[in-house]
Design a protein around this ligand. Structure first.
Ligand SMILES: O=C(O)c1ccccc1N[C@@H]1O[C@H](COP(=O)(O)O)[C@@H](O)[C@H]1O
Length: 215
């Protein structure tokens, strides 16, 4: 049986971390981006990372952070993975990877086939691509999905995941359409922006596991 990996992003409380772990998530995401309703300070991110350590992998999400801020964020939080969710270049990702030794994920907004084709430039720079809806007022966390059929016959050159507007009701359809090895959700398991809902986290993970079991 293929086990789809699950990331629950934008957590800001210990209770939400417990809910994600209890539901079987593989990754939790901490957003350090002041414009986001899910923003956590580096101090709080470090506390949450320590709380989660050994139980689930922690992904720290940054958006177009400058080199000094990126170094400080990595040093303070010590995540397992860094997720870049802005317009970061392959060269910048390589530099961070070489200096930190961390796993690097890069989110890309998918408009059409040509944007997917351009994702190949991250080979050798990122460990995983996260295909998300194109940026709106915020670069992510908007609860918007994109046309999943674009991924149906895409020749993936890198490990990857699906993000953007996923929720407990549509994640099985998204997996049928894309066969994504990882799904990433934020807004779809909330009652309001930044407020995670334990029962929606559980329902999301349950829907993914039911898809896996159905084979
Ligand atoms: O969650 C945020 O607030 C956020 C802010 C800035 C960049 C990315 C952000 N979240 C990531 O966006 C995708 C999709 O989120 P959603 O499920 O559509 O709400 C996901 O990778 C989040 O980690």
């Amino acid at each position: 049986m293929t086990k789809t990996q699950i990331k629950i992003c934008g957590l800001s409380t210990e209770a939400a971390i417990d809910a994600a772990i209890d539901a079987g998530a593989d990754y939790i995401g901490l957003v350090h981006f002041p414009k986001s309703p899910r923003h956590v300070s580096l101090e709080r991110a470090a506390e949450l990372r320590t709380y989660a350590a050994q139980r689930v992998k922690t992904v720290l999400l940054l958006v177009n952070a400058d080199p000094k801020s990126t170094g400080k964020a990595i040093g303070d939080v010590k995540p397992d993975v860094i997720q870049f969710h802005g317009s970061e270049t392959p060269d910048w990702l390589k530099l961070v990877a070489d200096n930190s030794g961390l796993e690097i994920w890069k989110a890309l907004g998918v408009k059409d086939k040509p944007t997917l084709a351009k994702s190949a430039r991250y080979v050798g720079a990122a460990d995983r691509l996260l295909f998300d809806a194109p940026a709106k007022a915020l670069p992510g966390g908007t609860g918007t999905s994109f046309d999943w059929s674009l991924l149906a016959d895409h020749d993936h050159k890198l490990d990857w995941g699906l993000a953007g507007g996923l929720d407990p009701d549509n994640v099985a359809d998204a997996l049928h359409a894309t066969h994504a090895p990882l799904v990433d959700v934020s807004s779809g398991v909330e009652s309001a922006p930044g407020v995670k809902q334990v029962d929606r986290i559980a329902a999301f993970c349950q829907a993914v596991r039911e898809f896996d079991e159905a084979g």
